[in-house]
Design a binder for this molecule. Structure first.
Ligand code: MEV
Length: 317
């Protein structure tokens, strides 16, 4: 028996440290970003499965290439239940800007998997959720590390090593995180391929840069443990410079990183797949965070978000 309506939700994510290096077995740290969200609603409706989302409004069999990951899991999940991929409508609402390194593809998959399991009255384990989300991620990104699906499904800050470790950690540090959207779509797949090309054409230099990213992530973890916000900021900027050398940044991201640093950010870097998408910056107090956010907006950022990473005690001004 199916339900008449079922809803699944998922939040966005921010990679604090370690993007790209995580594909090569180095650690990364990612945090949930609950300010942004996906809501998938499934309703009974006669006829072929109908999808209504940001990119497409139409029937499932005719959905465009960029929805292939989602379309595949919708079909495969219903088949795994011995049900037909027909007679329901899927609505996907999103406040996660798409293709910005905020995990929209994994979040769309996760919200939709949750909704499908509820619609068909099936029990969804955490392992199954991750497995299906990564089926979609592999179709979209080629060779994902799995960090997006892990952090979005667990909704916990994670220290992550591909295929080995998911260690939840507490992100309490006396600082403010500013997230800024360049307003341009990132190109995760192309950036991941670009890094692979560098490693293949110059293995020594490529591996050295990846290892350096790993060292910076381990160092950042220690700085978080001892509440050293300056140290964390410093590792962020150094990470950005290496990602730039690996061809993951672009002029817009570099410009926003420089604007943040010139306005007293303790550190700044791109976040996620890169070549567009978002950057993050760290500030000591709310006043500085607001000033940095204003400067980012007057220098081309399309949107910014500020979150207090501290222990919510007295704000330093
Ligand atoms: C994408 O959010 C993060 C990357 O490291 C790719 C991945 O981990 O699969 C760029």
């Amino acid at each position: 028996m199916n339900n008449n309506t079922a809803v699944g939700t998922a939040i966005g994510k921010i990679i604090l440290m370690g993007e790209h290096a995580v594909v090569y077995g180095e650690p990364a740290m990612a945090i949930p970003f609950p300010t942004t969200k996906i809501i998938t609603t499934i309703r009974k409706e006669e006829g072929p499965v109908f999808i209504d989302c940001f990119y497409y409004k139409g029937i499932l069999p005719e959905s465009p290439e960029r929805l292939l990951g989602l379309a595949t899991i919708i079909k495969d999940i219903t088949e795994s239940f011995n049900e037909k991929s027909t007679s329901f409508r899927i609505n996907i609402e999103s406040t996660i800007p798409p293709e910005r390194g905020m995990g929209s593809s994994a979040a769309v998959a996760i919200a939709t998997i949750r909704a499908l399991y509820r619609f068909f009255n099936r029990t969804l384990t955490y392992e199954k959720l991750l497995e299906w989300a990564n089926v979609s991620e592999r179709i979209i990104h080629g060779n994902p590390s799995g960090i997006d699906a892990a952090v979005i499904s667990s909704e916990t800050p994670l220290y992550y090593i591909k295929g080995m470790l998911f260690i939840p950690f507490e992100l309490k540090i006396d600082g403010y995180l500013i997230v800024a959207d360049t307003g341009r779509e990132g190109k995760t797949k192309a950036a991941v391929e670009g890094v692979r090309n560098i490693i293949e054409s110059n293995p020594e230099e490529g591996r050295r840069l990846i290892e350096e990213l790993g060292i910076l992530t381990r160092t950042a973890r220690k700085f978080i443990e001892i509440n050293d916000v300056n140290g964390l900021g410093n590792t962020m900027t150094r990470t950005h410079n290496i990602l730039d050398k690996l061809g993951v940044s672009d002029d817009n991201l570099n410009k926003l990183v420089n604007v943040a640093i010139d306005n007293n950010a303790l550190g700044a870097k791109l976040t996620g797949g890169g070549r567009g998408g978002c950057m993050i910056a760290l500030a000591l107090n709310r006043r500085q965070a607001e000033l940095i956010s204003d400067k980012l907006l007057t220098n081309g950022a399309q949107n910014t978000w500020i979150s207090n990473l501290g222990v919510d005690t007295i704000e330093k001004r």
